[in-house]
Ligand binder design. Structure first.
Ligand code: GRF
Length: 221
């Protein structure tokens, strides 16, 4: 009997790490064919590092100021990721733009989670921008990372309604619940080898056993 190899995931963080926690919890619950094998931060006291250490996962701070260029910093990150034989890199609240060399090294093997329905509202403070614009629906997006900011091929999105009395905080919290679901889902689809990038489109193959559909029916919490 052959045992399928589990996907080795490296997570890049800068802050509180609730998406990291959701990935760790989904994996620990046996609902992910993937293990987080290293967590890297560009911020020394990111709480996400603490979350990783609580699970005995190597958690490293790489100081951007210790490198003369962005390329050198990214090279150091690649060194850590290669040392841990990472198959997939997940950005989870990582606040730096990766260099083209990093993106090329892990082409279509880097995912990011963004708290808006891309291509609407890329960049920062996007829940505030959604409220200011007056959209009735926003949401979150998991996408592959390319050389741009929040521009790569889209893997999964979840739609979240904007309520009349929403504040930036309330909307962010509501979106975050969906982020935690769709990020783990995207990683699982990748682990199952079901994601194929065709130009800007990510095609999701049906499950071999006809099981879980590639859409997110029933996923919304
Ligand atoms: C999330 O809203 C994510 O979409 C964005 O940054 C935030 C990170 O939150 N990229 P956390 O650190 O995962 O709690």
């Amino acid at each position: 009997m052959t045992v399928a190899r589990r996907l080795r995931v490296g997570v890049l963080v800068s802050g509180r790490g609730s998406n990291l926690q959701a990935i760790l919890d989904t994996s620990a619950a046996g609902r992910l064919s993937a293990d987080v094998v290293v967590v890297l931060s560009d911020v020394a006291d990111a709480y996400a590092l603490e979350r990783a250490r609580q699970r005995n996962i190597p958690a490293l701070f790489e100081d951007p100021k210790a490198h003369p260029t962005r390329e050198a910093f990214d090279k150091a990150l690649i060194g850590h990721l290669e040392q841990h034989r990472v198959d997939l890199v997940c950005l989870a609240g990582f606040m730096r733009l990766l260099t083209p060399a990093f993106v090329a090294h892990y082409r279509h093997r880097i995912m990011n989670i963004h708290p808006a329905l891309l291509p609407a509202f890329p960049g920062l403070h996007v829940q505030r921008k959604a409220l200011q614009h007056g959209v009735k629906f926003t949401g979150c997006t998991v996408h592959f990372v390319d050389e741009g900011t929040d521009t790569g091929p889209i893997i999964i999105q979840a739609v979240v309604p904007v309520l009349n009395d929403d504040t930036e905080e309330a909307l962010s919290v509501r979106i975050l619940r969906y982020e935690h679901h769709i990020y783990a889902r995207a990683i699982q689809l990748f682990a199952e080898g079901r994601l194929q990038v065709r130009g800007r489109r990510v095609i999701c193959a049906p499950a071999p056993d006809g099981g879980t559909p590639p859409d997110f029916g029933g996923l919304n919490p």
